[in-house]
Ligand binder design. Structure first.
Ligand code: ASP
Length: 380
């Protein structure tokens, strides 16, 4: 009995000692372990939003807190990384334009390539245009280091803001060696999503999805865990070089719909992306006319979910394709012959129309040959 009691006391003593020691040891370890450096580049958005009546559910002004304020409001960041903050802009994301995409991509690429000490970059951004900026960065930032775009659905001064926890998860992801080479990522609500697939669904916490393509990973209690990586071209393997590019070709976005009569333009764009599952008869002539005038036509499903195959040889689709503008039935034969004389439309695969537009803007900086453009839409 005495021996059992002694042993029991010894176990309790050991537990008590180690219970006290473990946090001290962890603390000592985290103090002495060099932490990765992460640069947070702030653009504005709800994550930097402030309400006139803080702590309410009411309206707010996006892009109000500074980069420094957003970062220092999350002291937990310092447990995972040495975080620096930089203000790129402080606006609601509906004010972000392609000019800012170019400047932001250049800034990220140069800072990642010039600073060996930097593990990765986090971009804080409004959610309205987050997926477009993220996809542009995905196609243009030529670095393997992690770039993570993050936003929030609730303003910083609102009830239960989601910005701080999203920022923490984003910084942990940008600091993680696992995130290297995975392309630009979006982290919302502890989910790691590829910039190629992510889309905003609704104004609720976590309101982004990648649909059937699935998350790349999650940010768990012990940090980011990846399950997949994107297979197509991006980042270091991208051919899009922004050097010497100050503006992008003009690409318009149109919808095709039952009874549609197609668009008319006062000044012709360089390209048009049409959200369509198949053209209405009245839409054929105006779209054929655009093609004849040299405007590049890309078709994308309105849902962005089209996965129909495009030949690897990157031949433009035959005009019998449902995504090609149809001939008017009365003149079908002669028009079909004329069709062969003009370039066919390029088919986008599993891209929302707004992302197909971004890819076309960049693709047109390389070529306006439909076969080459189709190759690009197959590879990215
Ligand atoms: N509602 C937006 C957001 O969630 C505002 C913006 O996009 O800047 O951040």
């Amino acid at each position: 009995m005495v021996r059992i009691g002694t042993r029991f006391r010894c176990v309790r003593l050991f537990v008590a000692l180690t219970a006290g020691l473990v946090p001290v040891l962890l603390q000592a370890q985290s103090d002495s372990t060099p932490r990765p450096k992460v640069l947070v580049i702030a653009t504005g958005g709800t994550i930097a939003g402030v309400q006139s009546a803080p702590g309410t559910l009411g309206g707010y002004r996006a892009g109000t807190l500074t980069a420094e304020q957003v970062v220092t409001s999350v002291p937990e960041l310092s447990r995972h990384a040495v975080v620096e903050a930089e203000q790129f802009s402080n606006v609601a994301s509906t004010r972000i334009t392609p000019t800012q995409w170019i400047a932001l991509a250049r800034r990220i690429e140069s800072v990642l390539n010039e600073r060996d000490d930097l593990a990765g970059v986090v971009v804080t951004h409004g959610t309205d245009r987050l997926e477009e900026t993220a996809f542009f960065l995905y196609l243009t930032v030529r670095s393997d280091k992690p770039v993570v775009v993050v936003g929030s659905q609730r303003p910083a001064t609102g009830i239960s803001p989601d910005g701080p926890i999203n920022l923490l998860a984003a910084v942990r992801t940008a600091a993680s060696p696992q995130a290297v080479g995975k392309g630009v990522l979006v982290v919302m609500d502890d989910r790691i999503l590829s910039a190629r697939e992510v889309r905003k669904l609704y104004q609720r916490v976590g309101g982004f999805s990648v649909g059937e393509m699935g998350m790349l990973g999650v940010v768990g209690s012990s940090g980011p865990e990846f399950f997949f990586s994107p297979a197509r071209r991006y980042g270091l393997r991208s051919e899009f070089d922004l050097a010497g590019i100050d503006s992008l070709p003009r690409v318009e976005l149109m919808f095709s719909y039952p009874g549609g009569t197609g668009p008319t333009f006062d000044t012709l764009p360089d390209g048009v992306v049409v959200a369509t599952t198949g053209f209405a008869p009245g839409e054929g002539a105006p779209y054929r006319e655009l093609r004849r005038k040299g405007v590049v036509l890309v078709t994308a499903f309105p849902s962005g979910d089209n996965v129909s195959g495009v030949p690897r040889a990157a031949a433009p689709r035959a005009d019998s394709s449902s995504s090609a503008p149809p001939p008017d039935s009365a003149t079908a034969d002669s028009t079909a012959r004329a069709e062969r004389a003009v370039p066919s439309s390029v088919v986008s695969q599993h891209l929302t129309p707004q992302k197909a537009r971004i890819l076309l803007m960049l693709a047109l900086t390389r070529s306006s040959d439909p076969r080459e453009l189709q190759r690009i839409f197959v590879e990215y």
